[in-house]
Design a protein around this ligand. Structure first.
Ligand SMILES: Cc1cc2nc3c(=O)[nH]c(=O)nc-3n(C[C@H](O)[C@H](O)[C@H](O)COP(=O)(O)OP(=O)(O)OC[C@H]3O[C@@H](n4cnc5c(N)ncnc54)[C@H](O)[C@@H]3O)c2cc1C
Ligand code: SF4
Length: 326
């Protein structure tokens, strides 16, 4: 591990000031950052520990809920308000990692977690995300776990988070604080596509601190579900996942949410699938029609072509479970 300085500021203002310097990085639960520092994939010169700042509350906010950035994934997953109003989020969190990791991992850190592309974690091979301009080893390598949506010639890595797929479906808003100003960032605008700069993964500036996530009132609590397909039943990242919600009135779908994980370079909403569901009666035929249009112009490669069919089946399964069909 490369040498670094460590500070634990007393409040958010001091933390933002300390993290403003180039090369500084916030530390929350450490389950991504320390891991990658040990591998020397991330080499911050200064680590600013925000994990104990009093920003972990989960509370009502109008008709919605506000979740502090330091709230632990395990606390969010079992919080009564979240379970009642946003069971989709609780399910997605519980599908991730292990109880021990969830006890450490925070909401802010989860939003910022890095890809699990094996070449990103291997200093011995080129990777545009880790070393910009060096090349992408996955393009001609083994790309079974990689993305089929949102890719670029520079990077085909998937976004690994389960929680973020649910937050995409729930229209979350991410609140941040930076020197002198607060921002509210709609979830869809937070993570960026790789394009020519896969090393840039979101719209945060140096030293900008995520303070909380706001979930607006949701009509989907009664009919929502998260399905994660992976190689092992536990402790594995998604090959494909779907977070869905249905609002059904008088036998017709009034509104729908369909978000995908494990197949795209960022948490992926499918407005095409959502639109296809509106006005339809809930049931397998409608769900299959929506899944058929959910992936627009996918770019499968030799090793991950199976993800096209898998993603569609995952959507159908999630919609069936959301609607209460077993
Ligand atoms: C073995 C293992 C298995 C896992 N399996 C899964 C899985 O199946 N599904 C899944 O979704 N995830 C999985 N994870 C990832 C895990 O969810 C993340 O590591 C975790 O959520 C990161 O949160 P943290 O608080 O530990 O972040 P940290 O490691 O402390 O920080 C991660 C990044 O976020 C930044 N950061 C942290 N807080 C803030 C903030 N408030 N504002 C701005 N930047 C911030 C840090 O600077 C750092 O760059 C797994 C992790 C491990 C180690
Ligand atoms: S897919 Fe992205 S993260 Fe993986 S090797 Fe290529 S550039 Fe690096």
């Amino acid at each position: 591990m490369k040498p670094f300085t460590y500070v634990r500021p007393a409040d958010a203002r001091a933390a933002i000031a300390a993290a403003g310097a180039s090369g500084a990085s916030f530390l929350a639960g450490g389950t991504t950052l320390i891991d990658l520092m040990r591998l020397e994939v991330m080499t911050p010169s200064a680590v600013v520990d925000v994990g104990r700042l009093p920003m972990a509350a989960i509370e009502r906010h109008g008709d919605g809920v506000r979740i502090g950035a330091m709230a632990r994934n395990s606390d969010v997953a079992t919080d009564a308000l979240v379970v009642e109003r946003y069971p989709l989020l609780a399910q997605a969190l519980l599908a991730g990692a292990s109880q021990q990791v969830r006890n450490m991992a925070t909401v802010g850190g989860n939003l910022m977690q890095r890809t699990r592309c094996p070449y990103f974690r291997d200093l011995g091979v080129p990777c545009n995300k880790r070393a910009p301009g060096s090349g992408c080893s996955a393009l001609d390598g083994f790309a079974r776990s990689h993305a089929i949506l949102g890719t670029s010639p520079s990077c085909i890595a998937t976004h690994p988070s389960d929680m973020c797929v649910a937050l995409a479906a729930l229209d979350a808003v991410i609140h941040t604080r930076h020197a002198g100003r607060d921002r509210a960032i709609p979830f869809a605008e937070f993570h960026t596509l790789p394009g020519d700069h896969p090393e840039v993964e979101n719209v945060l500036e140096q030293g900008e601190l995520i303070t909380h996530v706001e979930l607006p009132a949701s009509p989907f609590a009664a009919h929502s579900h998260y399905v994660k397909v992976r190689d092992r039943a536990a402790f594995a990242f998604a090959l494909a996942s779907a977070a869905v919600g249905l609002d059904v009135v008088a036998g017709r779908i009034r509104a729908a949410r369909v978000a995908l994980g494990g197949v795209a370079t960022r948490p992926w909403r499918s407005p095409e699938a959502e639109q296809a569901l509106i006005g339809q009666p809930p049931g397998r035929a409608s769900f299959e029609r929506a899944a058929a249009v959910a992936l627009v112009d996918p770019k499968p490669r030799r090793d991950n072509a199976f993800k096209v069919a898998l993603a569609r089946r995952t959507i159908v399964r999630a919609l069936e479970l959301a609607w209460g069909q077993s």
